[in-house]
Ligand binder design. Sequence first.
Ligand code: DX5
Ligand code: ZN
Length: 219
Amino acid sequence: MKKIQISPSILSADFSQLGNDIKRLENAGADMIHVDVMDGHFVPNLTIGPPVIKTLRKCSKLIFDVHLMISPVHKYIKDFADAGADIITIHPEATENLKESINHIKSLGKKVGVSLNPDTKVSIIEKELEKIDLVLVMSVHPGFGGQKFIPDVIKKIEILKKIKDEKSYRYDIEVDGGINFSNSKNVINAGANILVSGTTIFKENEGNIKKNIETLKEV
Ligand code: DX5
Ligand code: ZN
């Protein structure tokens, strides 16, 4: 079984001191940093873009797991690659040609992720699964932190794990949204190996990030 990794979402960090919060996450044992990019068009919220990521890149050596909730996404991929993203995850609904966007991310030497919203079926990306590094299963409707986990996505995680095992594909299964201490074990047992969390990591146990990361990893 793959090692469980935690990718804290900086959407729940203190935006007045993002660099320090990223350093706190690294010192507390985060495996990577989940950067939620929102454009106010694909999702009804606006966050940060390449210039901010470029400055944050200097703050940590950790993998930047960049989740692009933007549309159209294809023409911006290189900007995020140049800014220092290590994993670039896109939504299939945000590109006219998913295969082309996947190849573009790979051509830039970056790992490629594809994200499935709660209502998006695995079947729409099944043909691409062999080529990608990560499937990001959304367990909330994207746009905001602090939302409630949607339990129906457990089935989707199980389907992805079954395909991965049967076809010996290599993609990581990452789950994003509403992850907390009462659902993390179910998500891991269903087949996820990377958990994204913002609210739980920054807010639980009086903000003891190290304890929260360790607790989420427990199986
Ligand atoms: C939502 C983002 C998630 C979210 C997770 O659109 O993609 O990464 O910030 O935050 P919590 O853990 O608070 O649900
Ligand atoms: Zn995210």
